[in-house]
Design a protein around this ligand. Structure first.
Ligand code: KE4
Length: 430
């Protein structure tokens, strides 16, 4: 498979873009080699600068639920382009999107739109600290909540991929206010609340972890988190930037029936253009400026371009209903099971963990990966060999063992069949 043009572009990029990229996880540090520069995309496919057509499982890191460049997005962009992309004034569009989010996720009584998942989590954490007047935040090792000072401590995703040992640039005083426990560890949860409960502003977690690879929650862990935060007067924040509108219309809250005080959105809420949001109970959200004293703001927050595409995307979800998630689940199960069967038949020990249309192939003999420590024991060299063998066979996976594969409605049975056939060839090459 030719990659000369990507190589040339990467050399050129590295002269002006740090590491040749604008987000570290794209730089192939976790797998080696040259990142593919993408020229265009449609449906389940991306076309790279050398003209290779690749089946895509990154899908803008989960932001796309209906594949690349669906018609309804282009129509929304066209409508918006004629009227202007950002005014800096309130618009009816923002009300409509807020009302639609509340219809899909009724626990979100009020919402604040921002421009990324990181802005959403940063806003939610500041709001929690403002409401409780407490300094400390609890997170889980391996969970990634965006490039936010308080939340980069032992984070997953790109921080894990690059094995950045410390959060360089984050003052120790800030890092000291972030407490960390292992994901799914109820006893660690209980002891940290017993010791620090009175200082805790919030416990923020991915209700389904996707940034250490996919690790489903123990329901008891979620339930104890809800009980203990309520007991001590801390807020429970679900970071649904990845899971929101992906694993169900109402996200993890719909699946697990544990209701947080605040929830963060990103990715799908913008349908592939920059948008994020955080929201929750009215009496909490009312503490935000201009009503309350907790300041949060953004020039492009709720801009007509992002809101138009977000609205078009969530309207597709609303009219497709439950059948959308049932079909995505069926296809993802077929692919995940097929991959696991083929790897094991080839003598490659893997464990595939999946929730809905997001999953991870862990290169590990363990039957189950329950937290970050277990995820880090995976054979990342073997993952890298698999990644490149799949790429040579026309399949572009997320370039890290600590990320999820994402399916969209464009990943139909033909695409899945091609992926499984490529997996067989890749395993033979390995
Ligand atoms: P953004 O600021 O990248 O829009 O969102 C940050 C974020 C927050 N919370 C969760 C659960 C997330 O998964 C993310 C971002 N996810 C990564 C991929 N695992 C983004 C990819 C990247 O950093 O380029």
């Amino acid at each position: 498979m030719r990659d000369e043009v990507s190589r040339t572009l990467f050399e050129r990029a590295c002269k002006v873009l740090v590491g040749g990229v604008n987000s570290p996880v794209r730089a192939f540090k976790g797998v080696g080699g040259t990142p593919r520069f993408i020229r265009e995309a449609k449906g389940a496919y991306v076309t790279d600068a050398d003209g290779n057509s690749l089946i895509d499982y990154v899908c803008s890191w989960g932001a796309l639920l209906f594949g690349h460049a669906p018609d309804f997005v282009r129509e929304a962009l066209d409508r918006c382009a004629e009227k202007g992309t950002s005014y800096g004034y309130p618009t009816e569009l923002e009300i409509e999107l807020a009302e639609l989010v509340r219809e899909l996720a009724p626990h979100v009584e009020m919402i604040r739109f921002v421009n990324s998942g990181s802005e959403a989590t940063a806003g939610a954490v500041r709001l929690a600290r403002g409401v409780t007047r407490r300094p400390k935040i609890l997170k889980c090792s391996g969970c990634y909540h965006g490039a936010v000072d308080s939340l980069l401590v032992t984070a997953g995703s790109g921080v894990a991929t690059l094995s950045i040992p410390e959060t360089v640039g984050v003052p120790q005083s800030v890092a000291d206010d972030t407490l960390v426990i292992p994901y799914n560890d109820v006893s660690a949860l209980e002891s940290v609340f017993a010791k620090h409960g009175a200082e805790l502003a919030a416990f923020i977690l991915e209700p389904v972890a996707g940034n250490m690879g996919l690790v489903p929650p123990d329901l008891l862990f979620l339930r104890r988190a809800r009980e203990l935060t309520t007991e001590v007067g801390a807020l429970l924040i679900f970071d649904e930037v990845m899971t929101g509108f992906r694993i169900a219309a109402g996200g993890a809250v719909e699946l697990y029936r544990v209701v947080p005080d605040l929830v963060c959105f990103g990715k799908i809420i913008g349908g592939g253009v920059p948008c994020g949001a955080f929201g929750g109970r009215r009496e909490i959200m009312q503490n935000l400026a201009p009503v309350g004293p907790v300041y949060q703001a953004g020039t492009l927050a709720g801009n007509p371009l992002a809101v138009s595409v977000g609205l078009a995307t969530l309207r597709e979800i609303l009219c497709a209903g439950r059948a959308l998630y049932q079909e995505l689940d069926r296809r993802a199960a077929r692919l995940a099971d097929g991959l696991e069967e083929r790897c094991r038949a080839a003598g490659v020990p893997v464990t595939v963990q999946r929730v809905g249309s997001m999953f991870t192939v862990f290169f590990s003999p363990s039957k189950c990966i329950r937290n970050y420590e277990e995820a880090r024991s995976c054979d990342t060299q073997r993952f890298a060999a698999f990644f490149h063998a799949m790429l040579r066979n026309g399949i572009h996976l997320p370039p890290s063992q600590f990320e999820c594969w994402f399916l969209t409605t464009a990943h139909d049975d033909v695409v899945i069949e091609r992926t499984l056939a490529a997996c067989e060839r890749a395993l033979r090459e390995m």
